[in-house]
Design a protein around this ligand. Structure first.
Ligand code: SF4
Length: 180
């Protein structure tokens, strides 16, 4: 795979409609136990419910080995304006990010079938996850939350030249794809 795949994926991500897109150097990614500790608090209610979140996604060491199989990638961000008193606007931005990432993931899978997909939240590839009773139905569609693999999202953005926060009155959802 040559350098052009990153340029192509960046163009594809912009075509999909993401607000901000940039290249990701996997060597900048630091794996943090603290990110997983935050998952274990289960504030999102998804901990232990699917194969993309801890503990189903593997130990921290296994997640790091998975990430280190790749050398580069693309960060994608969906930024929306929010009214702090209106929870629906939070949901709308999240829904938009999810839709954009699903569209982007289809393109990525065609161009880089072995890509690692991190959509920004736990996998929602099936209406009901098989976890923990049977293996993942669609491993090629499985999309991980970055934090679940041990990444600090703000740090990955910062170390790759993208903002994490675009100012008061905005909310940004963030995902990435890794390719080798
Ligand atoms: S693809 Fe389906 S079975 Fe696999 S982790 Fe996602 S929801 Fe679960």
């Amino acid at each position: 795979m040559d350098r052009d795949i990153i340029d192509e994926l960046i163009a594809d991500a912009l075509d999909c409609g993401f607000s901000h897109v940039g290249p990701l150097d996997v060597s900048t990614i630091v794996i943090h136990k603290e990110a997983r500790d935050a998952c274990a608090e289960n504030k999102c209610g998804r901990y232990g419910t699917n194969w993309s979140c801890p503990p189903g996604c593997g130990t921290l060491e296994e997640c790091e080995r998975l990430i280190r199989r790749y050398s580069r990638g693309v960060i994608v961000q969906t930024t929306g304006e929010i009214d702090v008193f209106d929870y629906d606007t939070y949901l709308e931005v999240g829904k938009r990010h999810h839709e954009l990432f699903s569209r982007f993931a289809r393109t990525v899978r065609k161009k880089a079938p072995d890509a690692l997909l991190c959509g920004g939240s736990s996998c929602s590839g099936c209406s009901e996850c098989t976890y923990p009773d049977a293996p993942c139905r669609f491993p090629e569609r499985l999309s991980y939350p970055m934090e679940g693999l041990g990444m600090m999202v703000y740090e990955v953005c910062r170390d790759n030249g993208l903002k994490y926060n675009y100012g008061n009155g905005t909310l940004t959802y963030i995902g990435c794809v890794l390719v080798d």
